[in-house]
Design a protein around this ligand. Structure first.
Ligand code: NAP
Length: 253
């Protein structure tokens, strides 16, 4: 499972799951022997982005941060082009950036629906479209999209978010079929409830109720997801494409 010298783009790399993915792929911090150069994209956390670059630049991998709203198609094309220039190529794309704007449908504003679809789903189109050009040329590549278990089973109060994540699953399977013969695999990971700033918004009662329906009786950690991303990037996953892998302590089975 060696990822030496791979070139990777990760969207949403400053916090939570994305930060763990960047750290794992650059350094193998959570168990795999990876050393890959990573360009990550973020939206507004300048200080966190700089800290991560400074921290990981102490290791052997090259790390670059790009500030760009992933929902902008034009910005995505420019960002991928600049990242490829800095990295010297592209082997792996991880579409991870995501947001929530939860509300029951009766109270959900049109703007909250549009925003979540743009950041969570359109961004996957934006970045995948830009990234596949070099991958097709070199006849190899890996694309991993971070969806969610609620894209599989739905969730009251998250019609916008669940729709965006179900959309990511449909996109993943379609592109996997389009690109399989070109040596590019496309898979999705569906995390269950993971301890990040996104889930910090839940109150204690909600957290208790959720833990009760997780067979493993705990929330996941960003590292639980990063390790599986590492597996899907590795040679061990050469023959896996178009799959949705739930990493959720057994919540959805
Ligand atoms: P998080 O802690 O809130 O971090 C979100 C990341 O996405 C940050 O790096 C943020 O950048 C970036 N981002 C947000 N909007 C962006 C935009 N418009 N343009 C560019 N970057 C943007 O989230 P997380 O919990 O790690 O979630 C990561 C992914 O996993 C998301 O797709 C989420 O839907 C999915 N997921 C999470 C859970 C969970 O329980 N946490 C469960 C299932 C799926 P800034 O720091 O600059 O804002």
């Amino acid at each position: 499972m060696n990822l030496l010298n791979k070139k990777v783009i990760v969207t949403g790399g400053t916090r939570g799951i994305g930060k763990a993915i960047v750290t794992e792929l650059a350094n193998g911090t959570y168990g795999n022997s990876f050393i890959s150069d990573v360009a990550f994209v973020y939206n507004s956390s300048d200080d966190q982005a700089q800290l991560l670059v400074d921290e990981l630049s102490k290791g052997p991998a090259k790390i670059f941060a790009f500030k760009a709203d992933v929902s902008s198609y034009q910005k995505a094309q420019e960002t991928v082009e600049s990242a490829i220039e800095k990295l010297g190529g592209l082997d792996i794309l991880i579409n991870n950036a995501g947001i929530t704007r939860d509300n029951l449908l009766l109270r959900m504003e049109e703007s909250d629906f549009d925003k979540v679809i743009d950041v969570n789903l359109k961004s996957v189109f934006n970045y995948t479209k830009a990234a596949i050009k070099p991958m097709i040329k070199q006849r190899s590549g890996r694309i991993i999209n971070i969806t969610s278990v609620v894209g599989l089973i739905g969730n009251a109060g998250q019609a916008n978010y669940s729709a965006s994540k179900a959309g990511v699953i449909g996109f993943t399977k379609s592109i996997a079929k389009e690109l399989a013969a070109r040596g590019i695999t496309v898979n999705a990971i569906a995390p269950g409830f993971i301890e990040t700033e996104m889930t910090e918004k839940l109150n204690d009662k909600q957290k208790e109720a959720l833990q009760a329906i997780i067979p493993m009786k705990r929330f996941g950690t960003p590292e639980d997801i990063a390790k599986v991303v590492g597996f899907l990037c590795s040679d061990a996953a050469d023959y896996i494409t178009g799959q949705v892998l739930a990493v959720d302590g057994g919540m959805v089975m």
